[in-house]
Design a protein around this ligand. Structure first.
Ligand SMILES: Cc1cc2nc3c(=O)[nH]c(=O)nc-3n(C[C@H](O)[C@H](O)[C@H](O)COP(=O)(O)OP(=O)(O)OC[C@H]3O[C@@H](n4cnc5c(N)ncnc54)[C@H](O)[C@@H]3O)c2cc1C
Length: 422
């Protein structure tokens, strides 16, 4: 791949080229990773696929790497709220397992109340199917997917270097004009960029296959339980098409045994302990500190790798899809950048776009979490008994509003948060 003058300026980037004679030859054929890629995306979850889609749609040579083969299991409730739905690739068909129209709220297993909506609140997916379809969308847009590749690190020459080297655990070196790190909450690229977190939570989940009669009871309805540990809650998400319930809990990291105990008690209270889970797993979620970096040189981070996650609900798919798309688009601008000052400017623009959008939402989410940690019963009473509070909850899941907008527009919401925070 060569540079030459073009309408893009001095840093012309050639269109995608099949690995050919100029690619490094190995004994068993051309290396699919050879050449200089415009954008290399590390991690093919929602953030990575969205980034690869965004960059490939612009006709760039994009490589999407993942250590896992898709479809692969991912610990996640698979709740697809309005902003996630709205950030999917064009013509994307959501592999919905269920459509949610009702929520049963509970406070420590008690004081239950079911709220219903005429309009769908949000959808539920299994992440293996969902992530596979996202990867396929990125491939259809022109990205090259290579799985079974574990990225070990990134190297950038200091100063005005025009490429980044992505290194793999088996010793390969991949050259790119720009890199998007979307390798999840414990990712290598986030560490390289220096991402810092000010909230770490432990999520535990059980996939519980249940008989038809139990599924029918849950179909179209989820359960949310405000839990006994500060800031904790539990959920039942029915996956009707695959005959199972995803039951999970999340709470601040630090007392794993208490979180485990909460999940076991929750499953018992729900009358589900007689069924054997097919999968039991756990994962940490991490929210970025407000001053955490979003780039380093030609490397951007997105999704969980950047600590972009809703702090109260710990909803992260919409954050991954939205930040991924932006990262992919800005990575193209970095790949085209005319010198290191331009690289810096484009990286700053990406950070600005994230902070002005998701950053504002995260700030509101932190206020909500702070209040919820102290007085979960107030939230419970509000959402169960106060019509506008339930409607605000419903409209947020549908994507018609956000916590930040609610806090901005409604004095009552600000007041509730301020009383609860005392
Ligand atoms: C228990 C639990 C329940 C949740 N429920 C919901 C929910 O219902 N709705 C919601 O919106 N969010 C939910 N979340 C959050 C959501 O799962 C994440 O925010 C989302 O998966 C982030 O997407 P991502 O693409 O950034 O990262 P990931 O989905 O984690 O994808 C990262 C990818 O990078 C790959 N990778 C990692 N390291 C490397 C490497 N070194 N080299 C190559 N590849 C690598 C991985 O294999 C993976 O495919 C939940 C989280 C937890 C823990």
């Amino acid at each position: 791949m060569t540079d030459s003058g073009s309408s893009h300026g001095q840093d012309r980037i050639d269109p995608p080229a099949a690995p050919g004679p100029d690619a490094d030859e190995v004994s068993d054929g051309p290396d699919p990773l050879a050449g200089v890629w415009d954008v290399v995306v590390v991690g093919a979850g929602p953030a990575g696929s969205s980034a690869a889609y965004g960059a490939a749609r612009q006709g760039r040579r994009v490589l999407l790497l993942d250590k896992a083969e898709h479809p692969r299991y991912k610990t996640c409730g698979g709740g697809i709220i309005g902003p996630s739905r709205d950030s999917l690739p064009e013509d994307f068909k959501l592999p919905l397992q269920d459509r949610v129209y009702a929520v049963t709220f509970a406070l420590g297993g008690r004081f239950t109340r079911t709220r219903r909506s005429k309009r769908m609140l949000f959808g539920l997916v299994n992440r293996d199917e969902f992530d596979l379809r996202l990867v396929q969308s990125a491939e259809q847009a022109g990205a090259v997917l290579v799985t079974g590749v574990t990225v070990a690190g990134v190297e950038q020459p200091a100063g005005a270097g025009r490429t980044v080297t992505v290194t793999t655990s088996d010793g390969r070196r991949i050259e790119a004009r720009a890199v998007v790190g979307a390798d999840g909450s414990a990712g290598r690229i986030g560490r390289y960029v220096g991402v810092t977190f000010d909230q770490i939570d432990l999520g535990l989940e059980a996939e519980i296959p249940v008989p038809e009669s139990v599924l029918r009871y849950w179909q179209g309805r989820i359960h949310l339980d405000w839990g006994p540990l500060p800031g904790s809650y539990g959920w039942v998400f029915p996956k009707t098409e695959s005959g199972s319930l995803t039951v999970g809990v999340i709470s601040a990291r630090g007392d794993g045994e208490a979180t485990k105990g909460y999940l076991a008690d929750y499953i018992r209270q729900l009358g589900l302990s007689g069924f054997t889970p097919s999968i039991e797993s756990g994962h940490l979620t991490r929210c970025r500190a407000e001053d955490s970096p979003l780039s380093r040189g030609r490397v951007l981070v997105a999704g969980d790798a950047a600590g972009l996650l809703e702090p109260w609900t710990r909803e992260g798919i919409s954050y991954a899809l939205r930040s991924g798309r932006l990262a992919g688009e800005w990575a193209v601008k970095i790949a085209e950048a005319d010198g290191s000052a331009d690289v810096r400017r484009q990286a700053l623009n990406y950070a600005f776009a994230i902070k002005a959008g998701l950053g504002v939402e995260m700030r509101a989410g932190k206020v909500m979490l702070g209040a919820f940690e102290r007085r979960p019963h107030l939230f419970h009473a509000a959402v169960c008994l106060v019509g506008p509070a339930w409607r605000a909850f419903a409209r947020t899941t549908q994507g018609h509003t956000t916590f930040a907008q609610i806090m901005r527009d409604y004095r009552a919401a600000r007041r509730l948060a301020s009383i609860a925070s005392r």
